[in-house]
Design a protein around this ligand. Structure first.
Ligand SMILES: NC(=O)c1ccc[n+]([C@@H]2O[C@H](COP(=O)([O-])OP(=O)(O)OC[C@H]3O[C@@H](n4cnc5c(N)ncnc54)[C@H](OP(=O)(O)O)[C@@H]3O)[C@@H](O)[C@H]2O)c1
Length: 262
């Protein structure tokens, strides 16, 4: 069991990409980091590297596309680490395929990992947070939850659901001294966006998203959108959706990069 005064943070999807960067960032800030993902070999590598740089880390292997495992995660975490005050619900997948090419199994996996597993996890941990009047949660959604993302309609919908859940729950749980915010990255350099590498659009580095998560926790911001370009485009879309819809329709082929996904 950890030192009870030590701040603990749980990060889902911490085996690579944005989640790994968040874990490294918070380990540097002195947090005990609890890493969650499916791939043990990657989790063990991140844990080892954090410890080798003087930080503290451990991991839990969990497949958040399975209802049973998503439901059990909170129990496993409490059993192994006790109460965890800081939570980052980052794990996510994008099937990156047009609507009619998707299978029912694709739809369900995406919805589970991106929306239902975070929802279930929150349902399981919030009672203890309410009792303790203590808890800080950040979800990693996407600007795709606010903008059309051609070729990724079901991903965008799952991310929109996560934003709605976070902003409404933040209001509901404020009276219990619990904060729930959401960070909405745009394109970020990770394995998720390898099909988009040739895009001329600006990409964020995963470390920038990690800094935004710290900012969200520090100032208890409801929504943080990393990067000037992503802020400009989401503001423009909010005020002038129709011209941007026309522009995006003409660019659809660019957003669906691989012939295999058409
Ligand atoms: N990259 C972007 O441009 C971008 C933009 C906006 C939002 N986001 C969001 O940022 C988050 C992180 O994305 P990323 O770019 O870092 O993607 P990534 O490099 O593909 O990493 C995804 C992480 O989620 C974990 N994961 C995937 N399926 C899982 C499952 N069934 N159960 C448990 N963990 C699972 C992966 O680990 P395992 O495979 O080991 O399970 C990995 O650690 C996602 O929610 C994504 O939607 C990304």
């Amino acid at each position: 069991m950890n030192n009870l005064n030590e701040k603990r943070i749980l990060i889902t999807g911490a085996s690579r990409g944005i989640g790994e960067a968040i874990a490294r960032h918070f380990a540097k800030l002195g947090f005990f980091t609890i890493l969650v993902a499916r791939t043990e070999i990657d989790l063990a590598r991140v844990k080892r590297e954090i410890i080798n740089s003087g930080g503290k880390a451990d991991y839990v292997v969990s497949d958040l596309s399975s209802e049973e495992e998503a439901n059990n995660l909170s129990q496993k975490v409490t059993l192994n680490f006790g109460f965890v005050e800081y939570i980052v619900l980052n794990a996510g997948i994008s099937t990156n395929s047009v609507f009619l090419s998707q299978t029912n199994s694709n739809f369900q996996q995406e919805l589970w990992v991106n929306y239902l597993a975070p929802l279930l996890f929150l349902k399981n941990i919030l009672n203890e947070m309410v009792e303790k009047k203590q808890g800080k949660i950040v979800t990693i959604s996407s600007i795709a939850g606010l903008l059309p993302f051609p070729g990724n309609s079901t991903y965008a919908a799952s991310k929109a659901a996560l934003i709605s859940l976070s902003i409404t729950m933040n209001i509901e749980f404020k009276k219990h001294n619990i904060y729930i915010g959401s960070v909405l990255p745009g394109l970020t350099k990770t394995s998720m966006t390898k099909d988009y590498e040739s895009f001329v659009l600006p990409f964020s580095e995963p470390e920038e998203i990690a800094r935004c998560v710290e900012e969200a926790f520090q100032y208890e911001k409801t929504i943080v959108i990393p990067g000037i370009f992503n802020n400009v485009i989401t503001t423009l879309y909010k005020h002038f959706p129709e011209p941007l819809n026309i522009l995006l329709s003409s660019l659809t082929s660019i957003f669906i990069p691989s012939p295999a996904t058409k």
